[in-house]
Design a binder for this molecule. Structure first.
Ligand SMILES: Nc1ncnc2c1ncn2[C@@H]1O[C@H](COP(=O)(O)OP(=O)(O)OP(=O)(O)O)[C@@H](O)[C@H]1O
Ligand SMILES: [Mg+2]
Length: 364
């Protein structure tokens, strides 16, 4: 007969913060099950964001908290279950049935580092244990296959009597490019309703399987093509990339306005080429001024997800199909990408849980 009470265990767990959601385990609703057998306690923690990177920390802190508050507890076992929260969107769920969340990486201006960021954020979440896909939606110049070192074309296979396009894979993520559908001179066709139809068809013909986060690398700018894409490919949120220069910040504002027009929420802002650290002295140089991204995020009422420094190793990784985060996971820049990806996952999760609770209220 056990005299350890579940309530006592819950009280101890209330003191343990889950860094992936920045809340304690109990308020974050992460305690799925507690089994008590004599002095043995078994806890099942369920996480709706990638948790691999904090499992050890949570396990240690939870064990210590229980031992402190319940001295008679002897064997404490903590298991994790990950079930990434899903954004409910009828258009997305119909076109991409296995895909839980879709995120566009966008900018008002070209060449600010969108594709590099899309690749490294996608890899970051995959390294944290999520199922990740990346769709190169840049009709002008698809670059994702090269950045991920993929040279082949996707296969088309018949599944349940339907022709399905099988995404390519590398470094643990799935990828597909709209570029496989267009030749170099065709972006013009994307303006008409025909283009929208072809795009919808293409989107639903891809066999993504189960995906927690699908990233889109959008073409630069805020013109017709971007608008067509934003309206046609189901989008649950976007991330805006900017550089600290004034013009670029102005462009970022334009990018934001475009998403507002099509009712796509902005999940946050990333500042690229934020600063340079001299390799010999370690001194930090703000080549294009500082604080612009933080200020803009505040002004636009969105989260500042982080700033990425200028580093030639990022260029090298992109050119050789060896993305930084996968190839040099311990580099300072990799840590920054991974931190941004985790913030983004937390932001998406918070919105998903809010959406879920407001749905429940409506149905009550
Ligand atoms: N933090 C960084 N430090 C150094 N070089 C970078 C950084 N981020 C991106 N680059 C380099 O800048 C160039 C442009 O980056 P990228 O292709 O990702 O930009 P983009 O916004 O996708 O461009 P486009 O608008 O043409 O699609 C690339 O050569 C890339 O390697
Ligand atoms: Mg690009």
């Amino acid at each position: 007969m056990s005299n350890i009470q579940k309530d006592a265990v819950m009280n101890a767990l209330k003191t343990v913060i889950a860094p992936n959601v920045k809340k304690d385990l109990v308020s974050a609703n992460m305690i799925k099950d507690i089994t008590i057998d004599g002095s043995n306690i078994k806890i099942l923690i369920e996480s709706s964001t990638p948790v691999a990177w904090v499992k050890e920390e949570i396990t240690k802190n939870a064990t210590e908290a229980i031992k402190r508050q319940i001295p008679e507890a002897s064997d404490i076992k903590i298991d994790f279950e990950v079930n990434i929260s899903k954004h409910v969107d009828p258009a997305k769920d119909k076109m991409l049935p296995g895909v839980k969340n879709t995120i566009a990486v966008a900018s008002g201006k070209g060449g600010v580092g969108k594709s590099t960021i899309a690749v490294n954020l996608a890899l970051s979440l995959a390294m944290d244990g999520a199922k990740v896909g990346l769709l190169d939606a840049d009709v002008y110049g698809p670059s994702i296959p090269m950045m991920l070192g993929v040279r082949e074309q996707p296969l088309v296979k018949e599944i349940d009597g339907k022709q399905r396009i099988i995404p390519l894979e590398n470094y643990g993520i799935k990828l597909m490019s709209i570029g496989f559908l267009v030749d170099e001179n065709t972006p013009v066709i994307w303006r008409g309703p025909m283009a929208t139809g072809a795009l919808k068809q293409f989107m639903s013909d891809v066999e993504w399987g189960e995906i927690d986060y699908l990233f889109y690398d959008l073409p630069p700018g805020t013109g017709d093509i971007q608008l067509t894409l934003a309206q046609t490919i189901p989008l649950t949120g976007s991330v805006i990339v900017t550089t600290p220069q004034d013009v670029s910040l102005l462009d970022a504002r334009k990018g934001l306005k475009m998403f507002e027009k099509v009712n796509v929420p902005i999940l946050g802002l990333i500042e690229n080429l934020s600063y340079f650290i001299a390799p010999d002295t370690g001194k930090k140089y703000n080549l294009f001024g500082s604080g612009g991204g933080v200020k803009l995020a505040k002004e636009l009422n969105t989260e500042f997800l982080g700033g990425i420094p200028i580093n030639p190793i990022i260029v090298e990784g992109g050119d050789t199909g060896k993305p930084l985060v996968a190839v040099y996971p311990d580099a300072e820049e990799s840590k920054i990408y991974r931190e941004i990806a985790r913030k983004l996952a937390a932001e998406i999760n918070e919105r998903n849980l809010k959406q879920k609770s407001s749905k429940i209220e409506i149905s009550l």
